[in-house]
Ligand binder design. Sequence first.
Ligand SMILES: [Zn+2]
Length: 386
Amino acid sequence: MIVVSKAIGEKWAAQQVCGECGGRLSLAWGGLYGRDSYVLICGNNRDHKGIARPFRLAPIDCPGFTLYDVNKNRRKELTQAIGEDKAKALAPFEQKLTLTNSQATFILRTVWPEAPDQAVVRGALICAQYGLNPLMKHLALAPFWNKKTQRYDYEPLLSIKATRIMASPQGHWSYLDDTPRVATEAEGMREFGEDYDASKYYYSITKLKDMASGREAHGFGLVGKGETIYGMDKGNTARNQANTRSERQALDRLYPNVQPVNVDVVDEKYVAEPKGHLGKVATQTEKTSVAANGAEGGEVVEGGATEVLDAEGSAETKKSLPAAAHKRTEAEINNITTLGDLFTACFLDWKFTKTQVLKELNVKSQTDISETPAACYRRLRAVTEG
Ligand SMILES: [Zn+2]
C-alpha cells in the first residue's frame, strides 16, 4: 500500500503497476486501513509497495511498421527541412532498419551536407552496425561550436528512442519509483561519494527492473550547469537531458553491450534536420549528387570522401577539412521566415536561448515581436557582431 494524494493516485493508477509483482494498482480511501488519506493498493497483495511503469514500444517505433499518417507527417517535416528533391531521394529508405554503410552514408550526407566526412563516416557505421535509421530519428549529426577552430564540428547523436529499440529484444522492463527524475542528494552521494556536487551538475536517476528476471539496474545522468544542450532552441532543458542520459545508462547496465559506446543521447522530440546554412561551417569539397541517386530505388552510389576503417571500427578520413568562416548571406537571412527559424539561427550562430533572444529584442513573449523574423535576426546581428 502506498499513501498518495488524490491527484497523484489517479495518475499512477492509470500509468503504473505494482513495483513488486506487476499487479494492477487501485486507488482507495485509506480509512479502512487507518489512513487519513488516499492509498494505492496492489490487487495481488496489499502489503506490496513501490510502483513501476511498464515500457511498451509504440507501433511507430517498431521496425517495418507502416503507419500512413505518421509517415506522412514525418515526410512533411523532412521535406520542409531539406527540400522536396532530397526528401524524395530519401523516401525509399524511410522505413528501413537494415541500412548498408553506403546507404546510411548517403542519407547522412543528404540531410547534413555541411557535416565533415569524419562525422558522416562514424554515424553511418553506427547505423549499419546497430540497425538504426536517421530518417526514423534514431541518429542525428549534431553541430557544436568549436571555439578553438572557430567553426562547427559535428558528432553523431543517438535518440533515446533508438536506445530503447536496441534494448527491447533483450527483455521487458519497467521504470521504478517514478523515474526518470531528479536524483535525491542521498542517491547522488551513494553513487558518487565526495564527487557529488549539485552546485555544478544536474543529477537525474532512472531505476529499471526487468519484470521477467527481477533484475534491477539504475543509471545516472549528469548535465553540467552552463552546458550547451542539443535541442535547447526547441525547448530541450538541462533537466530533460539529464533524465535522458540517466535512462540510457540504466538501460546499458540492465542489458549490457547492445548500444554503441561514447555516443551521447537525446530525447528524439528535439531531433530535427537542419534547414539551410548554419553559418560558419567546415566546407566540403565534394558533395553527394542527390538527384542522381536513390530516386528510382536502385543502387545507391556513394559520394564524397574515401573511407578508411581501422580494426576497431573507428573511422578516419583521408581528406583534410579546411576551415572556412561562412557568414549568413543576405539570401540566407531572408530565408529566416518563421520564429522557429529565428530561434534556431540565433542558437546556432550565437548560442542564444529563446529567452535570451526575447530579452535582446526587448519583448516579454514571442507574441510581442512585431518585426519580421529576418529583421529581428539583422537587429540581433548588429548587436552581437557590432
Ligand atoms: Zn504487487
